[in-house]
Design a protein around this ligand. Structure first.
Ligand SMILES: NC(=O)c1ccc[n+]([C@@H]2O[C@H](COP(=O)([O-])OP(=O)(O)OC[C@H]3O[C@@H](n4cnc5c(N)ncnc54)[C@H](O)[C@@H]3O)[C@@H](O)[C@H]2O)c1
Length: 419
C-alpha cells in the first residue's frame, strides 16, 4: 500500500508529529518547514539519524510548492492555523492543524468554506485531549447511552506555564502566548466535552479571573485564568476552565452528569476514572460505582506524548486519508473543530461586554455565515484589523509591559538554550 507523504510545518510542537511519522506504517515524513533556522537544523539532524530523505524548507512559500507531498501538518503559531490551512488545501494538500482552529469568526467561515470547496481532501484538527484513554472511554460510554443524556459537564485545563515561559515565548512581545485573550485557548477544556457528547455549543458566557501577577511579570497580556459557561444544543450546561493557575501537576479533568449516571476523571490522575451508573430498573440513587484505568484503543504507542493521546491525532488523520471509515469517525473534522474553538473567541466578546450571553452560530448552515464573514474581533493584531481588542480590555486600564521584561525573558531563554 502506498504511504501518505506528509510534511510538517513548525518544528517545536511539530517534533511530536515528526517523530511519529518517522515510525509510521501508513505514512512517510517527506518535508519539514520552519523559519527559525536553529530549530530547523535540530529537526534535520534528528531526521538524519533515521537515514531518511526529508526536504527542509525555511519558508512556507517554498514548502507549499513542494510537489512530492500529499498532506501537511501545521504546528505553527496557534492563532495562524486557518490562513495557512486554507493555502495548503487550495494547493491540493490534506491538512491537519494543531490547536486552535482559527483566530476569529471570519477565519472560521473562510476555513469551513475552503474545506467544502475541496471535498476530496481531508481536514483534521489535532485536539489530542479527546484521545486520552479516559476521554476516549467516556466517548464510548456516552455514545452507548450508559449515563443517559448529558445534563452538565465540566472540563479543566490548568497549566502553570510560568517555569517554561522563556522556552515557549522566547522573549517576544508579540508571541501569540503573550497576546491572545485569556478565553482563546479553550480547546483542551471544552473540546473533549464536544467530542464525547457529539453536541454543539449554542451559547457562551465568558469570564476572566484576576490577572496573574507572575504571568504579567513574564510578559503576557493574556495569560490569566478564564472560563466559558457554554450551553449545548440539548440545554446542558458546560463549565470550561483554563489558565495558568497554581497547581502542580497541572489539572486536566473532565466530569459528566447524565440522566442515568455520571463519569469523571480522577482529579489527581487523569488516566483513572470513575463511573456511577444506574442501570435499567435500578432504583434512584442505587447505581454502581466503578473506578478503573481504561485501556487504549488498538495497538497504540502509549509512550507517545500527552499520555499516549498524541498518537491518535496523526493516526486518525493518515488513516482517514487512506479511506479508513472507522478512523474518519474518530478524527475531528472542520465543523467540530470550529465548535471547539469559537466559544472562546465569542467568550472574549462576552467578557468585554459585561459577561453577556452570546449565541454560538451553527456555521454548518450557510445562511448563518454572512453575519460573521467580516467579524475579525479578537486580540491578535495581525488578524483583527480595526476590530482589535486588547486582551485585558475588560479590566479598564491597559497595562504597559516595559521592554526590559522581554529582554530578561529572552536572556533566560538564550541561557537555557545554551545548556
Ligand atoms: N495539543 C497540544 O498538546 C499542544 C502542545 C503544545 C503546543 N501545541 C500547539 O502547537 C503549536 C506550536 O506551538 P509550539 O509550542 O511549537 O510554539 P510556537 O507556536 O512558538 O512554535 C511555532 C513554530 O512554528 C514556526 N513557524 C511559525 N510560523 C511559521 C511560518 N510562517 N513559517 C515557518 N515556520 C513558522 C516557528 O518558528 C516555531 O518553531 C501551537 O498551535 C500550539 O497551540 C499543542
Amino acid at each position: 500500500m502506498k504511504k501518505v507523504r506528509v510534511g510538517v510545518m513548525g518544528a517545536g510542537r511539530g517534533m511530536a508529529m515528526i517523530n511519529q511519522l518517522m515510525n509510521s506504517e501508513d505514512a512517510e515524513l517527506v518535508a519539514i518547514c520552519d523559519f527559525y533556522a536553529p530549530i530547523l537544523e535540530q529537526a534535520r539532524q534528528e531526521v538524519e539519524k533515521h537515514n531518511l530523505n526529508v526536504k527542509t524548507f525555511a519558508t512556507f512559500d517554498e514548502f507549499v510548492q513542494y510537489k512530492d507531498m500529499d498532506a501537511v501538518v501545521l504546528a505553527n503559531y496557534a492563532d495562524e492555523h486557518a490562513p495557512f490551512a486554507i493555502r495548503c488545501l487550495d494547493a491540493g494538500f490534506h491538512v491537519m492543524t494543531e490547536v486552535l482552529t482559527c483566530a476569529n469568526m471570519k477565519q472560521a467561515v473562510e476555513l469551513i468554506e475552503c474545506v467544502e470547496r475541496h471535498p476530496d481532501l481531508v481536514y483534521a484538527y489535532a485536539e489530542n485531549y479527546c484521545y486520552f484513554n479516559t476521554t476516549a472511554e467516556m466517548r464510548r460510554l456516552y455514545q452507548q447511552g450508559k449515563i443517559g443524556e448529558i445534563v452538565h459537564a465540566e472540563g479543566e485545563y490548568v497549566h502553570d506555564c510560568s517555569s517554561i515561559w522563556p522556552q515557549i515565548t522566547y522573549g517576544q512581545r508579540n508571541h501569540w502566548r503573550n497576546c491572545t485573550a485569556a478565553n482563546f485557548y479553550c480547546t483542551h477544556s471544552l473540546g473533549p466535552i464536544v467530542h464525547v457528547t457529539g453536541l454543539r455549543p449554542v451559547q457562551v458566557v465568558g469570564t476572566q479571573s484576576i490577572v496573574l501577577p507572575y504571568m504579567s511579570a513574564l510578559g503576557t497580556h493574556g495569560g490569566t485564568g478564564a472560563m466559558e459557561i457554554v450551553t449545548l444544543e440539548n440545554g446542558a450546561v458546560v463549565k470550561s476552565l483554563h489558565g495558568d493557575m497554581k497547581r502542580e501537576p497541572g489539572s486536566v479533568n473532565y466530569e459528566f452528569y447524565g440522566t442515568k449516571g455520571s463519569m469523571e476523571t480522577n482529579r489527581w490522575d487523569l488516566y483513572e476514572m470513575k463511573t456511577y451508573i444506574e442501570g435499567e430498573g435500578c432504583p434512584n440513587c442505587k447505581g454502581e460505582l466503578t473506578t478503573y484505568k481504561p485501556g487504549f484503543v488498538g495497538d497504540v504507542d502509549t509512550e507517545a506524548g500527552h499520555g499516549g493521546s498524541d498518537y491518535y491525532t496523526v493516526y486518525y488523520f493518515v488513516r482517514t486519508i487512506l479511506g479508513d471509515e472507522e478512523a474518519r469517525k474518530e478524527s475531528i473534522g472542520v465543523y467540530e473543530a470550529v465548535d471547539m474553538c469559537i466559544p472562546g473567541i465569542l467568550a472574549f466578546k462576552s467578557v468585554n461586554n459585561g459577561n453577556i450571553p452570546i449565541k454560538v452560530p451553527n456555521l454548518r448552515n450557510k445562511e448563518e455565515r454572512d453575519a460573521y464573514r467580516n467579524d475579525t474581533y479578537c486580540a491578535s493584531k495581525a488578524w483583527a484589523g480595526d476590530q482589535y481588542h486588547h486582551p485585558q480590555e475588560a479590566y479598564g486600564e491597559l497595562p504597559y509591559i516595559p521592554d526590559e521584561v522581554y529582554d530578561r525573558v529572552k536572556e533566560k531563554w538564550e541561557k537555557d538554550e545554551q545548556g
